[in-house]
Design a protein around this ligand. Structure first.
Ligand code: TA6
Length: 301
């Protein structure tokens, strides 16, 4: 495992060639490559990587609010998707582990990068809008065929606070018109495109043929995978840990055209957001309590 920390980003490469790159700004994973160097995440060509704006692509972190919540006093003053993705996280260190499965002789190496965020890193404006004492640890673990990202939020305050949390993952796909999303059948969802607040139910595999912005709450266990199938072949499976919801988003043409940092505009054909989160309702953290949520994305070549 080699890694470089040039003070703005941390990279890690496994001996077998897989790699990740994490921007300290937002602890945003901006690249995840397989052993052949093929990029698995979508990153806009116009993404700001200089800390002036949340990254358009990769895996932005959404905390303490998903979207905006004008009716939620504690977070109503915060910008869309909160402040985690626009704060500078600190690199806490890396650890590597070897697991030699009985079945094979090759040791399965993995590298875990840890990042931390606390109020000390927040600008005064954010602290005034969300004055709670907290600390967050974000762990990014790269293995040969999977990426796990796990977020722990600790309430270090003497009063409770409510939060939402989501891993806003932009997966790279070959051609969105050939994609099916499986594992959401019979899940209820809120459709944010047609603005209906009523819950609907997904009947079969989901295909994307226009702007799609849905918050699914599967009734099945979070360990049941959500699969991205491209041209009949499964390319990604996503399992969750303690995250009850999955947001599926594709901006399509009009919304992509409306996003200044979304480039190329045709790029909506090569991306699909599968976003594990806890975003329906609020998690209440009592003083001293912690909340952890994680995703594991497995690639199948
Ligand atoms: O991922 C779902 C969503 O909430 C969409 O409604 C869209 O706003 C997207 O996030 C991107 O949000 P952003 O603030 O990154 O432009």
């Amino acid at each position: 495992v080699s890694f470089s920390d040039d003070n703005s980003r941390v990279t890690a490469v496994l001996p077998t060639g897989e790699s990740i790159e994490v921007l300290l700004y937002g602890a945003t994973v901006i690249s995840w490559k397989d052993k052949d160097g093929t990029e698995k995440l979508w990153l806009s060509e116009a993404a700001k990587l200089d800390g002036t704006k949340a990254v358009r692509g990769g895996i932005p972190l959404v905390f303490p609010v998903f979207g905006t919540a004008s009716d939620h006093a504690q977070t109503s003053k915060l910008p869309q998707h909160g402040f985690a993705r626009t704060s500078r996280w600190e690199f806490l260190g890396k650890s590597t582990s070897e697991s030699t499965p009985a079945s094979s002789t090759a040791a399965d190496l993995s590298v875990k990068l840890d990042f931390g965020l606390s109020p000390a890193a927040l600008d005064s404006d954010t602290k005034s809008k969300w004055p709670y004492v907290f600390n967050m640890i974000y762990s990014v673990t790269l293995s040969r065929d999977s990426l796990t990202t796990s977020l722990v939020v600790n309430n270090d305050d003497d009063k409770p606070f409510e939060c939402q949390l989501l891993l806003h993952t932009y997966l790279r796909v070959q051609d969105i018109s050939k994609v099916e999303i499986k594992g959401l059948s019979s899940a209820t969802y809120i459709d944010k495109v047609n603005g209906s607040s009523s819950q609907q139910t997904q009947s079969s595999a989901l295909t994307i043929s226009g702007e799609t912005d849905r918050v699914y709450t599967p009734a099945t266990p979070p360990t049941d995978p959500v699969s991205v199938v491209e041209g009949g072949k499964t390319t990604f499976t996503v399992v969750r840990d303690n995250l009850s919801d999955v947001v599926v988003w594709n901006p399509w043409t009009e919304k992509a055209n409306g996003l200044a940092d979304f480039a190329p505009k045709e790029g909506y054909k090569n991306m699909l957001c599968i976003e594990p989160g806890s975003v329906v309702g609020w998690q209440t953290l009592e003083p001293g309590e912690a909340f952890e949520g994680a995703q594991t994305i497995t690639i199948s070549n």
